[in-house]
Ligand binder design. Structure first.
Ligand SMILES: [Zn+2]
Length: 326
């Protein structure tokens, strides 16, 4: 009997392993009693930086759709090939929104705040508060909200639908240049209208709590601003340091871990000055690669933490493995 079964098993292997394994009523039915759960892991990731604790929380993905029109200055076919070579959709480019919350010991600092109530890129964004709750971080405990720039997906989560500040005990840090540019009512009749409306909605209610930082200034202990203009004129990245360890929060220095690294001179449609943005990108990435500085990029694939290295005419992103014990 036993030998008969083994002989049949061997025959079935020879006759086509895949077809038999996939046939209903064989292996499948024995393991299908548990329902599919349809849920995902919480949208936060935590790691240590020196003695500081970093919790990356997500505001959710931003699906940009077809890359042509958004990523410009390079032939469309090249963009498609770069995406497919990296096993990414060539018809829908998705940007993540990775916001680090750094507990420095003496204060809790959130960098960038997501889309908030804006549905300009669909309804997958706007989950920053939910991600924070999953991470066990209370909005009232945030001491500082630091914004890389005043674009809709970075300042959008400062207030709620009723314009009430969501971080009631926080100072808000931004460059003065971006505050002035993006809250300017004179631009309400321009193509920037949606951005101006949302910047005004989020920044005007906290106007008396705004602190403007300057290039090179360590405006909070362990947090230094670095002017990185072009994406917006007042766009800044930040060096974050604790006990001799550091990483650079890049904000929107680069929006995609393949497209705007392999070809860093490619232009991005949402840049205020695409040529200036590209020059800044190359200069800063050169410096980060040469110094082997760890980076966190707001829009890279989740959770957006790793290093950049030089590769050919451009750069390559090496994601840091997620370490699940602190
Ligand atoms: Zn952005």
């Amino acid at each position: 009997m036993t030998s008969e079964v083994s002989r049949r098993s061997l025959l079935s292997l020879g006759a086509g392993l895949g077809a038999n394994l996939l046939a209903p009523g064989l292996i499948g039915s024995a393991s299908a009693k548990a329902p599919k759960l349809g849920t995902q892991a919480p949208y936060f990731h935590r790691f240590m930086l020196g003695s500081a604790e970093v919790t990356v929380v997500s505001d959710g993905p931003l699906p940009l759709g077809d890359p042509s029109g958004t990523f410009v200055g390079v032939p469309k076919e090249d963009v498609q090939k770069m995406l497919t070579d990296n096993f990414l959709s060539s018809s829908n480019v998705v940007l993540e929104q990775n916001a680090p919350i750094v507990n420095m010991g003496d204060r809790l600092i959130l960098f960038d705040t997501g889309m908030g109530t804006s549905q300009l890129f669909g309804n997958t964004a706007g989950r920053l508060q939910k991600s924070m709750a999953e991470a066990g971080i209370k909005p009232g405990d945030i001491d500082a909200v630091v914004c890389s720039h005043a674009h809709i997906d970075h300042i959008g989560g400062i207030v709620d639908a009723n314009d009430k500040p969501l971080f009631p005990n926080a100072q808000v840090y931004l460059s003065e240049e971006d505050f002035k540019f993006w809250t300017d009512e004179g631009k309400l009749g321009s193509p920037l209208k949606d951005f101006i409306v949302h910047a005004r909605k989020n920044l005007m209610p906290v106007k008396d709590r705004l602190v403007f930082f300057k290039d090179g200034q360590e405006f909070l202990p362990g947090v230094t601003a670095m002017h990185a203009p072009g994406h917006t004129f007042g766009h800044h990245m930040f060096m974050i340091q604790s006990d001799g360890k550091s990483f650079a929060f890049l904000g929107d220095l680069t929006h995609h871990q393949v497209l705007l690294l392999e070809k860093p001179r490619m232009e991005f449609a949402y840049d205020s000055d695409p040529k200036m943005a590209a020059a800044t990108r190359v200069k800063m990435l050169d410096m980060l690669a040469a110094n082997k500085t760890a980076v966190m990029s707001y829009h890279f694939a989740w959770p957006g933490y790793g290093h950049v290295v030089k590769s050919g005419d451009g750069f390559r992103y090496i994601a840091e493995p997620m370490v699940m014990n602190l």
